[in-house]
Design a protein around this ligand. Structure first.
Ligand code: ZN
Length: 247
């Protein structure tokens, strides 16, 4: 009966947590492309000789082969690593962004159960590995996750009247507003407004240039941070560490 409920599968994913189990093993959680988050026993992976050693480390990214158990712990058999994230792993700040992105992606996935999350997360991580500014890439991802977190912003036109002559953003009103519907919100720089919309719509995997003035990207970061703090209800541990490192 036990064997009947288990089958061998191969799934692409990234290890989002890795916990020691007994002397020599680990239990890992893999955020997969097609099957949500899978818990997996990785037997004997702490041994230096084990072929499961690297695939069982946090942030291992590749195709994982396992005995899959639908409502329980699967068993890792082997894995083909797609990318070792050598660039990210050489920089503590980038590692912190990777941690945050994984945690945030899990939140967005749990909230929406959407298959869109994994490819968004994957392309963001790969862009950071390619060398693009991790703060900007993370901001783009944060904006694109809003709809999956159920807190979307309207960045197309005035949330009150639909006019496209927008002058600022109101986080409490849920998006852009025109001069007529502005009450006490400070005017936001036109460049910031344009870029926010660009961040929201850009295909992350196709980004080839991120030449953005630092004061502009910082202001965008500030707006997104404020919105997340106020409205997302998610409290991500790695975000705090990121803030400490950024100072
Ligand atoms: Zn209006």
């Amino acid at each position: 009966m036990l064997l009947k409920s288990m089958k061998i599968i191969s799934v692409e994913g990234i290890v989002v947590s890795s916990t020691s189990f007994k002397e020599s093993s680990k239990i890992i959680n893999i955020f997969t492309k097609d099957m949500g988050i899978i818990g997996c026993m990785s037997k004997g992976c702490k041994s230096l000789k084990s072929k499961l050693r690297i695939p069982s480390e946090k942030f291992a990214y590749g195709v994982f082969h396992m005995y899959y158990k639908e409502n329980g712990l699967s068993t890792l058999i082997d894995a083909d690593i797609k990318d070792y994230f050598i660039n990210i792993k050489s920089d503590i700040l980038k590692i912190s962004y990777l941690s945050y992105i994984c945690e945030l992606s899990i939140s967005a996935f749990k909230e929406s159960e959407s298959q869109d999350i994994y490819p968004l997360m994957e392309s963001a991580i790969l862009k950071i590995e390619e060398g693009f500014n991790p703060k900007i890439i993370t901001n783009i991802l944060e904006l694109q996750y809003l709809e999956y977190l159920g807190i979307n912003l309207n960045l197309d036109n005035c949330v009150k009247c639909g006019s496209n002559k927008v002058v600022t953003i109101s986080l409490s009103k849920g998006g852009y507003i025109c001069a007529n519907h502005r009450t006490n919100e400070p005017i936001v720089d036109e460049k910031v407004m344009k870029l926010l919309r660009l961040y929201y719509y850009v295909d992350i995997s196709k980004i080839s240039n991120l030449d953005i003035e630092e004061n502009v990207s910082n202001e965008i970061n500030h707006i997104i941070e404020e919105y997340y703090d106020e409205y997302s209800g998610i409290n991500i541990k790695s975000k705090k560490m990121l803030k400490d490192l950024e100072v």
